[in-house]
Design a protein around this ligand. Structure first.
Ligand code: ZN
Length: 416
């Protein structure tokens, strides 16, 4: 009997040993298979965009993450945000149609930085420790002009908390837009490109950017508002991806805080057109300076934006006017294409004047204080879009045309 009992004990011991070995293996292989999983969702046009990454792989990863975090807290050291701390955890390649696995192995053995200019997802490694999370991009550019640059501000959030990680950037059309290792976009020629951002944890984010041709660039400027017609104009401009500069009158603008905020939010800019629409040419220099100061403070107070462009009422100016504008650190914006919408009350006359007088390099002056002007410009904008014109703000215009906006400068458009 003793002999049988002893055999039974041996038997149990062997079984439990085998079991514990088996469980270790299954545990580690499960973690490897889930963490090489990608989720991709493309999206567009919001200021801040999220990726939906809620799947079982993320959840399994998250459990691992929590367990590891608990262990780490116990031993009271490893920084989760530091990629170097990942050395204690195994890294694995994502295995989907791996074309050059040798290269990816090489990259893995090198420093992280060396793999930045490789734009294949194949050598991409996933850190088991941090779940893939959500990539968030602050302020996406809707469009860029040729030669324009734009720095992307990207972060990874896991469970609402920011996690430090590296990102890879890729452009689908490098002739249209290139993107640097640090996420700086550079527009080259007109067209569209898809930009992909990947985090080291496996989160993915895509968006499209349009590059506008600057061959038919026109600056759109509006005086004498804001008024009852302005919101409608803002909507029409937004639909066509057009920007403009609104030279506002202080006595109206001071009661139109939300409208001014909307102008800015839509990519427009705000300029100064005096507080009372009195002619600066008949005012003492010190009075003009005081008027500009009052306008600057009001606009800054209502919107947070610091205006630096002045259009004198009636376009009336003399040396003292320019000196005052310069002393208040502003540039003076005139025009080269007057639509003369104040000489009519007909929307079709306004529309026809725009269509017959517009040319590349034009700065158009229109008044958003009149219903017929707004109707006319909305009708003309659609036709201008079809003809390939790009309508923009003074800041965009001067940037593309390389015109100075230094204090005291007079800007009035270009011949073509
Ligand atoms: Zn005016």
């Amino acid at each position: 009997m003793n002999k049988i009992k002893l055999l039974k004990l041996y038997f149990l011991l062997i079984i439990s040993l085998v079991c514990s070995l088996f469980m270790d293996n299954s545990g580690s292989s499960a973690s490897k298979s889930v963490s090489s999983d990608y989720v991709s969702v493309s999206s567009s046009n919001k200021d801040i965009l999220d990726l939906n990454t809620s799947n079982s792989a993320t959840f399994a990863n998250y459990i691992l993450y929590l367990n590891k975090q608990k262990k780490d807290n116990d031993s009271n050291n490893v920084d989760l945000s530091d990629p170097a701390s990942a050395s204690s955890v195994s890294e694995i390649d994502s295995d989907s149609d791996n074309k050059d696995s040798d290269k990816s192995k090489d990259d893995k053995s090198k420093d992280d930085k060396s793999s930045d200019n490789q734009d294949s997802s194949n050598e991409y490694t996933v850190d088991e420790k941090v779940p893939k999370g959500k990539i968030k991009v602050k302020k996406l550019p809707k469009y860029l002009f040729e030669k324009e640059k734009f720095k992307l501000k990207v972060k990874l959030k896991v469970d609402g908390k920011k996690v430090k990680t590296k990102f890879k950037f890729k452009s689908s059309k490098k002739k249209v837009i290139t993107v640097s290792k640090k996420g700086k976009l550079k527009a080259h020629k007109d067209g569209k490109a898809k930009i992909t951002i990947k985090s080291k944890t496996g989160a993915k984010f895509k968006f499209k950017v349009k590059v506008k041709d600057t061959g038919k660039l026109v600056a759109l400027t509006f005086d004498d508002g804001p008024g009852a017609e302005t919101p409608r104009l803002l909507e029409a401009m937004k639909k066509l991806d057009y920007h403009g500069t609104f030279f506002v009158v202080g006595k109206y603008a001071t009661n139109a805080k939300d409208l001014m905020k909307k102008m800015l939010k839509n990519g427009n800019e705000i300029g100064i057109h005096s507080w009372n629409h009195d002619s600066y040419a008949y005012m003492a220099q010190s009075s003009v300076e005081a008027d500009i100061k009052k306008m600057k403070e009001m606009i800054k107070d209502k919107t947070g934006y610091k205006p630096f462009l002045v259009r004198p009422p009636y376009g009336a100016k003399n040396d003292a006017t320019i000196a005052a504008i310069k002393n208040k650190n502003c540039a003076c914006v005139m025009w080269n294409t007057n639509i003369e919408d104040y000489l009519t009350t007909s929307a079709s006359v306004v529309e026809n004047n725009i269509m017959s007088r517009v040319h590349p390099g034009a700065i158009l002056v229109i008044h958003d204080s009149h219903k017929w002007s707004v109707d006319g410009v909305i009708a003309a904008m659609k036709r201008l879009k079809d003809k390939g014109y790009e309508l923009c703000s003074i800041s965009e215009f001067t940037k593309v045309k390389k015109l100075s906006t230094a204090p005291g400068q007079i800007i009035s458009g270009t011949a073509n």
